[in-house]
Design a protein around this ligand. Structure first.
Ligand code: LEU
Length: 505
């Protein structure tokens, strides 16, 4: 018989690991730019509304699903499906596929951060960090598929893949949990030092004003709301299998909702803190240049962390230390999230194909690593990354959230059962309001937003990139996930999942 299901040592290990997953590149690299682009201070309103109406409720839903049905996403959706489990399993594989895609480029960014951590020591990027990034470091070429590898990007990328496979192969307790218990406090300290330092820079206040001065008109724009919901899902690691998988390793009698509140609160505080730190630093930069923040370029996404930040670090007293703290934080935050992403894929494959908890990460990791290296260590990596990130998050994850909620609450009608399960041991009880948010409000809002977003992308394209390119890397990503879901569902289970985790309990 297969060994019993792995478990966290206890609540603390789980909470640290869940925070490790939630706090990631999304908090440091993605949030500040997204907030700034979508109305600055006014973005906090849709953000908080998204947190309360969809973030927390779906976080609880993921916990309930994973914990009650005790398995990776495909196992969970097969079990909850009952007689139609053969079909509903595909939803689990769709989530696995999204996690797989995100893992491919997420690793690339961690690899860059690792390089930049090293570059910080001697401010290697010189006087023009923008051209350093695109021309010297990434050696970006026209959109396309190049086969020219860039060694400086390739080597750290390989390193990150080896590290993540090693952690996963060591298992839930000795690998994932241990890595998080060490890395998360370290990250907390490094990041606090960074933010406090930033607040004492000249011009910091102007930076905060730029972030927090609301542009109320933005609230009328659906794309701002979509950005808020997507950011919450990505940031809390919900609706694509991560929290389902993580909560399946909790002990049978476990308080579910209270740790959920702790994790969500910590994640969002960290996110706001990152916004504050980043904008204080931008304020300093604008001050140095005798200009204002809205005149600066490159405040979003990749540009912010890898062009603007290096430029600032160069001008700052004690710059190398600041750079090390910033890029070191990115590496730690990113790595602890990456292990949760890959665990989703690894656990799914492990259960379906009857692999061991040691061999599954090696197989899954090797396949992912090869693809990730092919896509992101060549001269066209940067563009592919941007497009895949947009589609995986704004279309893939939202689509998954809609299908899960409709399936669980409307087709299978399991709402009451999950509510009961959540309340059985938890101290924070959920009730009618939770059901209303997850079963009614979330699917309705998300369907509308998804429709708007798809319409926009179809009609207006994305960042002036050629249509064929968006078709391949954007829509192609979604098509890939759907095909993967169908194909992986069609395979036969090598062993019944019930052998891994006794079912029914
Ligand atoms: N929650 C993570 C973050 O904020 C991302 C997720 C894909 C693990 O970066």
């Amino acid at each position: 018989a297969a060994p019993p299901r792995e478990q966290w040592t206890g609540q603390f290990g789980f909470i640290m690991s869940a925070i490790g997953s939630a706090v990631g590149l999304g908090n440091i690299w993605r949030f500040p730019g997204v907030a700034y682009e979508n109305g600055g201070g006014a973005f906090l309103i849709p953000y908080l509304i998204a947190l309360v109406t969809a973030g927390l409720p779906i976080l609880f839903l993921d916990y309930a699903l994973g914990h009650r049905f005790r398995g990776s996403a495909p196992t969970v959706f097969r079990r909850i499906g009952g007689r139609i489990g053969r079909f509903t399993e595909s939803l689990g594989w769709f989530q696995v596929a999204i996690a797989f895609v995100i893992g491919l480029y997420y690793t690339a960014i961690i690899g860059w951060a690792l390089s930049y951590f090293v570059f910080s020591f001697d401010l290697r990027w010189g006087d023009d960090p923008t051209s350093f990034l695109t021309d010297e470091y990434l050696q970006v070429s026209e959109p396309g598929l190049s086969t020219t590898f860039v060694p400086g990007v390739l080597i750290p990328l390989v390193f990150v893949w080896v590290a993540v496979i090693a952690v996963l192969a060591a298992g839930v307790k000795k690998g994932l949990e241990r890595a998080n218990v060490i890395a998360i406090p370290a990250l907390g300290v490094a990041f606090l030092v960074l933010v406090v330092r930033a607040l004492f820079l000249d011009g910091a206040v102007d930076g905060l004003n730029a972030l927090f001065t609301p542009n109320w008109a933005a609230l009328g724009d659906p794309s701002v709301w979509i950005a808020a919901y997507s950011q919450i899902f990505f940031s809390l690691s919900i609706a694509f299998g991560i929290m389902v998988t993580y909560s399946s390793y909790r002990k049978r009698r476990a308080n579910l909702t209270t740790p959920g509140l702790v994790v969500a609160f910590t994640n969002c505080s960290f996110e706001l803190l990152a916004g504050i730190g980043v904008f204080a630093t931008l304020g300093f930069f604008a001050f140095q240049q005798g200009t204002t923040i809205d005149q600066l370029d490159g405040i979003t996404g990749v540009g912010l962390s890898f062009m603007t930040f290096p430029a600032i670090v160069s001008q700052m007293p004690g710059g190398p230390l600041f750079g090390c703290l910033f890029f070191g934080s990115l590496v730690l935050a990113g790595f602890t999230s990456l292990i949760s992403i890959l665990q989703v894929v690894s656990a799914g494959v492990q259960e379906k194909f009857g692999l061991t908890s040691r061999s599954a990460p090696v197989v899954v990791g090797a396949v992912s690593a090869v693809l990730s290296i092919l896509l992101f260590s060549t001269t066209t990596g940067l563009l592919a990354l941007d497009v895949m990130d947009e589609w995986a998050n704004n279309i893939g994850i939202e689509f998954s959230a809609v299908v899960v909620t409709v399936l669980v609450f409307w087709v299978l009608r399991r709402g009451r059962e999950l509510e009961y399960h959540l309340n059985a041991v938890s101290t924070f009880k959920v009730g009618r309001i939770w059901l209303f948010f997850v079963a009614v409000l979330a699917p309705v809002l998300l369907t509308y937003m998804l429709y708007e977003r798809i319409k926009d992308l179809v009609l207006d394209g994305y960042s002036d990139m050629p249509g064929w390119y968006l078709a391949t890397f954007g829509w192609g990503t979604i098509v890939f996930c759907i095909i993967a879901a169908i194909v992986l569902t069609a395979f036969r289970w090598v062993r019944s999942p019930d052998e891994f985790t006794p079912w029914p309990p």
